[in-house]
Design a protein around this ligand. Structure first.
Ligand code: GLU
Length: 554
């Protein structure tokens, strides 16, 4: 009966599983090499979770001289977005994650394709036919209405909803009944004939055991649902497709989100019934963030723009910073390693799934920003200049003028970076432009200016005129500061802040208030890196021009 039924359901499938086993032999890789894959849906939206998982895949494969490939999981065709494959590859490429094999916008690379699920229908059906042949799958003709009725009945009996046991009427149809329905054109799905115990007796729950590379030993109740493996269109569900694909593409490690954990028992049963060896599962933790009240919650597409990978590119985060940050949340010993190897490439860090959190990885933009400051400090100015110029070219073309003079730009990037306690002013593209806008007339003219310190605002014009009179561009830093001190004392300000603090009644303010006036006149900012150094980069003409203009606007 099973052979007859298999032919009735899949008359056009002539190949057998062994044809595919031969076609896709085990990979010829060094011992211990891992084969991993990323299986995104082509929705065009790449999120942090994709990058987080891709990072694990990439490290596992490349650390072991294995293979990392891209598979497009498009069995849910409603979600297909044109050009998505290119978006996926490009957005990961930006973070230094490259595939060795798989789908590309110009077709497949590699011998285990097709790497697009919608092109693998015949393969899935061949294995589906085999399952029917072995009595492990059957056509189910239940309509939506009938399924709803079954669910209502199960609810009233306080039973788990689903198609199983006595609630799976199509399982007992005779060949003739099936044939009749098919001839009458009745739509059907193919269901797994689960051999799980569906009695729902709490005293005899049978368990499956899986060793998860992140979570360790997992024990879960076995599956007993006759889950759908092929939809009415003949397209497989995720469960079936991933089992077939990961087997035939010879995947050794399946890295995926914790949201797949509940369906693991289904996958275990499918692997068993198909006679395939199971890959090693690595269920990653959910990405969480702390909300305003300090509670952990899942990152959501609607509320958290930082979930989208585009967010980092648009804001101008350097990929090395995002990568460095992800490693700190991916592996609990990474930060320690980094302290010991401050200049080492992250690829030298031995990434392991055992050091991954399984309870929820906390994502924190402030921490990313802090890490970014350190990472940028290690990137030479010329390289940062190229990076920022490219970023501006793509996202802020109106800013390109400020990149005209590379030397000028780089001198500002380097300001204070070599100090004993280096300045860490630069975080990401948008912030850097904002921070540096006071150095470029076109931006400085438009930026909001800080207001003068109360202590010295009445003397601003006097201070600035004096400053212009005594300014000598070739003064060294201490000569320059001596002159400011002179201006300050001549006008009744303390030469040292501590004198003012001790006897505030004796002074109008102190030298710091006077230099703040100069800083604001020069830059529009009350805080900045060292003024003397800035002036040396700007050149005398620009310094005098800015101060004069400020006086004229007082
Ligand atoms: N297509 C699945 C998703 O979008 C991939 C899950 C897996 O990697 O197995 O989440």
């Amino acid at each position: 009966m099973s052979e007859k039924l298999a032919n009735l359901l899949f008359p056009n499938i002539e190949k057998t599983p062994s044809d595919y086993e031969e076609c896709f032999p085990g990979r010829d890789l060094p011992k211990g090499a891992k084969v991993t894959r990323l299986g995104p849906s082509p929705t065009g939206f790449m999120h942090l979770g994709n990058l987080y998982g891709a990072f694990v895949d990439e490290r596992l494969a490349h650390q072991s001289n294995g293979v990392f490939y891209l598979r497009i999981e498009d069995t849910d065709d409603k979600r297909y977005v044109e050009g998505a494959v290119d978006t996926i590859i490009k957005s990961l490429d930006y973070f230094g994650i490259h595939f060795d094999e798989g789908a590309t916008k110009d077709g497949d690379v590699g011998k285990y394709g097709s790497y697009t699920q919608s092109e693998r229908k015949e393969i899935y059906q061949t294995y589906a036919k085999e399952l029917v042949r072995n009595g492990f799958a059957y056509p189910c003709f239940l309509t939506e209405d009938e399924i709803n009725k079954i669910r209502a009945e199960q609810e009233s009996q306080k039973l788990t909803p689903g198609i199983y046991g006595d609630f799976a009427p199509s399982r007992n149809l005779s060949y003739e009944e099936v044939e009749e329905k098919i001839k009458a054109g009745k739509p059907w799905v193919l269901r797994l004939a689960s051999s799980g115990d569906c009695s729902q007796r709490t005293d005899i729950v049978r368990k499956i055991r899986v060793n998860d590379a992140i979570r360790g030993r997992l024990e879960m109740p076995e599956n007993y649902h006759d889950v759908v493996i092929l939809k009415t269109t003949g397209i497989p569900t995720y469960h079936f497709a991933h089992v077939i694909d990961d087997h035939l593409m010879r995947t050794t490690h399946v890295v995926r989100g914790a949201e797949w954990l509940p369906s693991l028992p289904i996958h275990v049963e499918l692997f068993e019934k198909l006679g395939f060896e199971m890959p090693i599962y690595c269920h990653t933790a959910q990405l969480m963030k702390l909300d305003e009240e300090g509670n952990r919650r899942k990152l959501s597409k609607r509320n958290d723009p930082e979930l989208s990978l585009d967010f980092y590119r648009k804001k101008g985060y350097h990929p090395a910073a995002v990568r460095e940050y992800l490693l700190t949340i991916l592996n609990s010993n990474f930060e320690e390693w980094r302290i010991e190897h401050p200049d080492s490439n992250y690829e030298n860090f031995e990434f392991t799934t055992e050091k991954m959190s399984n309870s929820g990885a906390l994502f924190d933009l402030d921490k990313l920003n802090n890490i970014s400051k350190d990472v940028l400090l290690g990137i030479p100015a010329a390289e940062l200049y190229d990076f920022l110029k490219n970023w501006a070219g793509e996202f802020r073309p109106e800013l390109l003028d400020i990149f005209e003079d590379e030397e000028y730009f780089c001198s500002f990037v380097d300001l204070g970076r070599d100090d004993k306690k280096p300045r860490k002013d630069l975080v990401y593209g948008e912030q850097i432009i904002e921070f540096m806008s006071c150095y470029f007339d076109i931006l400085h003219d438009k930026m909001p200016k800080d207001s003068l310190p109360e202590e010295a605002s009445g003397d601003a014009e006097l201070i600035l005129n004096k400053y212009l009179e005594t300014y000598n561009h070739s003064d060294d830093q201490s000569q320059w500061f001596d002159k400011i001190r002179e201006i300050a004392t001549a006008l009744g300000y303390a030469a040292k802040p501590k004198d003012f603090k001790k006897h505030p009644e004796d002074y109008k303010g102190h030298v710091g208030h006077v230099s703040t006036v100069i800083r604001i006149a020069l830059l529009g900012r009350a805080t900045s890196p060292d003024i003397w150094s800035i002036q040396q980069i700007m050149g005398e003409e620009m310094v005098r021009g800015r101060i004069k203009k400020y006086i004229s606007e007082l």
